[in-house]
Design a protein around this ligand. Structure first.
Ligand SMILES: Cc1ncc(COP(=O)(O)O)c(C=O)c1O
Length: 377
């Protein structure tokens, strides 16, 4: 599809560039789906293969030629739309270029020597890694038996030096969703001087949905709390870079001190349309649930153990070293395993690895190749 955009000579040049780029990203743990298709199936970085709202695309095309200006009103407009969507006052919203900056800014503004962040083993590492980079300590609780959060274990790690408790729900990479009542009770049990950070990057995609699980309303009763959301996952706009923090204005002010700017005007315009396009979101969520159920059923059929998934990925145990599974799949042009130990993991990895959910077609190719590798076809 992309090739038709190029003349034969430009196509040759582009192909060379794409191949060397693909070789570069294929050789590292950073193996995201390339903007241009290089023939590999990339189900490694939790990108949304179903695409974003066509209404957002139309609107972005209309305003594309305004790129000579920074961002005049669009970020403010997006904040208003998000405040209405979240049911919070405008000052409780901070738009960012993806939700990654919310994690980074939180770490930057809260880390100091002698302080610690509490989270779980086998969790999303961005905030805790940054916290450590800025001089703080990291305390990780073991996962629960079902590979979700063990709130008792987490609670035991909190001490008078704890600055942040970071929770990702559903957890990445295990995909396990917390019980909303248990989670709420845990949050309310954390001492008020500790910032509770809820990363809800994948929550829209869970079977029971955002409304039944989000803890965002708690920012109005618990001051020291941030919820982060992204347009990279359910909204399928990873490359456009939009996310946001929801939190008390005094807490967000600490983050703003370190911010180098929000999303681009184009990304804001796209995100506003995407929030309005409820139909597209519903159809995307439906596709994810179908694909997730398909992968679960195939894993059940092959006797492959997996953690109960609620996001755009499944954490599974192939009964073979992660590195070996990843390498063998890569030889069949199926790229998986983008977290904590891709192909280059010097430890060889354990036997658990993560596969992102792509289209039904991509996942059936993945299942076919995996079953050949495991001798289960
Ligand atoms: C749990 C979680 N939080 C945050 C992010 C950051 O993503 P983005 O900056 O695209 O919003 C990711 C990305 O994969 C993620 O998995």
């Amino acid at each position: 599809m992309q090739a038709s955009l190029f003349s034969p000579s430009r196509r040759a040049l582009a192909t060379t560039a794409i191949l060397s780029f693909a070789a570069f990203i294929g050789s590292t743990a950073f193996a995201g789906k390339p903007t241009l298709n290089d023939g590999n199936i990339r189900i490694s970085s939790n990108e949304n293969a179903f695409g974003f709202s066509p209404k957002a695309l139309e609107r972005m095309k209309e305003v594309l030629d305004s790129g000579n200006y920074y961002n005049n009103n669009e970020s403010g407009e997006l904040a208003k739309v998000l405040a209405a969507y979240e049911g919070v006052p405008l000052e409780y919203i901070m738009p960012t270029a993806g939700s990654g900056p919310v994690l980074d800014l939180t770490a930057m503004s809260h880390a100091a020597a002698g302080l610690n962040v509490v989270s779980t083993e086998t969790g999303y590492a961005q905030l805790v890694t940054r916290f450590k980079a800025f001089g703080g300590d990291v305390k990780l609780a073991p996962l629960s038996e079902k590979m979700g959060y063990d709130f008792k274990a987490l609670g035991k790690l909190i001490d008078d030096k704890t600055a942040i408790v970071y929770i990702c729900n559903p957890n990445n990479p295990t995909g396990v969703l917390a019980d909303p009542v248990e989670l709420k009770n845990f949050i309310l049990s954390v001492p008020e001087n500790v910032l509770v950070f809820m990363d809800e990057a994948y929550l829209e995609l869970s079977d029971t949905g955002l409304a039944a699980n989000t803890q965002a309303a708690l920012v109005k009763v618990r001051k020291n709390m941030i919820v982060s959301r992204t347009f990279s996952k359910a909204h399928a706009m990873a490359g456009l870079r939009v996310g946001y923090a929801i939190g008390n204005p005094e807490v967000l002010a600490k983050l703003r001190k370190y911010s180098s700017g929000g999303p681009s005007y184009l990304a804001c315009v796209g995100a506003i349309e995407s929030i309005k396009d409820k139909e597209h979101m519903a159809s995307n969520v439906k596709k994810y649930i179908e694909v997730r159920n398909y992968v679960k059923a195939e894993f059940d059929r092959m006797g492959i153990k997996y953690a109960q998934p609620s996001g755009s990925f499944v954490y599974f145990n192939a009964g073979m070293k992660r590195n070996d599974v990843v390498k063998k799949l890569q030889a069949s042009k199926v790229i998986i395993g983008g977290i904590r130990g891709g192909v280059d993991d010097p430890t060889g990895g354990g036997e658990w690895t993560r596969v992102s959910l792509g289209t039904m077609e991509e996942m059936s190719i993945f299942i076919g190749e995996l079953s050949k590798i495991l001798g289960k076809s």
